[in-house]
Ligand binder design. Structure first.
Ligand SMILES: Nc1nc2c(ncn2[C@@H]2O[C@H](COP(=O)(O)OP(=O)(O)OP(=O)(O)O)[C@@H](O)[C@H]2O)c(=O)[nH]1
Ligand SMILES: [Mg+2]
Ligand SMILES: [Zn+2]
Length: 359
């Protein structure tokens, strides 16, 4: 008589493969997407390793029986998979990415900065306090959509706020594409509420301003308090930039988490598709304008202005869309193009500003 073990199986969810010991690269998030890019020979000669941290003096990589710092050379960022060439580490091949999160770096040279590769879910973290800012959250959502990373808005410090529901409501209005979660980042709530994202093979990232609880969340998922956290300023709820490096952490129960330093500024670049995803209602309207190059300013037959007048779109949200589109266009232009434009602009404004006191 055959036995029926079905009662021992979980009643819901997909069938689970029998438990076996995972290899290190599997725990680090190795997936068929990467495996299919390499040959069996390559797998032996140049084993795959994942960049878990970027240091000034190199990349910290982990793999099956590999834990080393390789000198700068391969153009990798945290989360990347490299085929490690042990003899010439600089020649290690960066595998094609599933996703890439990037921005224009602050500062004068405004170089393109790679923030993270191969992340599946971006938890955009803000707190139920003065940090909460719709325009900033929209920026992160646009960048995530552009990178084809699933965005989730995560509101922390519910234990410190009387107005949690109002914050959730405002966050939920940002986009239908973005679920909203709210929790106390300390203790057991993160493990419970983020369980569906914490699975072997998946990588999630915490992004957001300093002091919102990204490292606190990482500690909660890891079940430790190894990562430094620090209290925020009482007067304006700003953090103290405690975390200084992006770092991947392997979760004990499966999945990989990227803790990041608080970003002071997230400038959009090459993010037209992400902005379009976030503001699809406005961009759909824009296709109905009479003129193909309508600036939605004073033109006749402008479908965007018509919708605004009829109250079908919100003026503040339209303003934020305009700002992001303009910023993205500016940043996406090549450096040379921008220099030429700035120079022309300089010539135009110089006669007016030259008499003013220079600071
Ligand atoms: N009460 C409460 N405190 C929290 C919560 N989340 C974070 N904190 C506290 O907020 C402070 C800042 O948290 P961190 O985890 O260091 O913030 P972070 O986002 O990692 O900040 P940076 O590393 O500077 O980018 C710490 O004192 C945390 O204990 C929460 O949900 N509730
Ligand atoms: Mg931190
Ligand atoms: Zn128009």
């Amino acid at each position: 008589m055959s036995r029926d073990y079905s009662k021992f199986l979980p009643s819901a969810g997909p069938a689970v493969a029998p438990k076996r010991t995972l290899s290190t690269i599997e725990t680090l998030g190795w997936q068929p997407w990467f495996a299919q890019q390499i040959s069996a020979d390559e797998m032996v000669e140049t084993p795959p390793v994942r960049v878990v941290e970027v240091h000034r003096n190199g990349l910290h990589v982990l793999g099956d029986e590999v834990d080393m710092l390789i000198p700068p050379g391969p153009d990798g960022t945290v989360g990347d998979w490299l085929m490690l060439n042990r003899d010439r580490t600089g020649d290690s091949r960066v595998l094609q990415r599933k996703s890439l999160f990037k921005r224009r770096a602050p500062g004068t040279d405004r170089k393109l900065q790679l923030i993270a590769a191969n992340v599946e879910t971006a938890f955009i973290v803000s707190s139920c306090n003065q940090d909460f800012n719709v325009a900033r959250l929209e920026r992160y959502v646009a960048v995530a959509l552009e990178a084809e990373v699933e965005p989730v808005i995560l509101l922390t410090k519910t234990d410190l706020s009387d107005a949690t529901d109002a914050f959730i409501e405002r966050a939920a209005a940002i986009s239908d594409l973005t679920p909203v979660l709210a929790l106390d980042a300390r203790g057991g709530e993160p493990r419970e509420k983020l369980a569906e994202w914490c699975r072997t093979g998946r990588t999630l990232a915490f992004l957001g301003s300093s002091g919102v609880g990204k490292s606190t969340l990482t500690n909660a998922l890891m079940g430790t308090d190894d990562i430094d956290t620090q209290g925020i300023r009482e007067d304006d709820a700003k953090g103290r930039h405690t975390t200084t490096r992006r770092q991947l952490h392997v979760l004990p129960g499966g999945g990989v988490v990227l803790d990041t330093p608080g970003m002071r500024e997230l400038q959009l670049t090459d993010a037209a598709a992400g902005i379009g995803g976030l503001f699809s209602d406005i961009e759909d309207l824009a296709t109905e304008c009479r003129f193909g190059d309508c600036q939605h300013d004073t033109e006749p037959g402008c479908a965007v202005l018509a919708a605004l007048e009829e109250g079908r779109i919100d003026a503040a949200r339209l303003g934020r869309w305009r700002k992001l589109v303009a910023e993205d266009r500016y940043n996406s232009a090549s450096l040379a193009e921008r220099r030429a434009r700035d120079k022309a602009f300089g010539k135009m404004v110089r006669p007016i500003t030259s008499n003013k006191q220079r600071r």
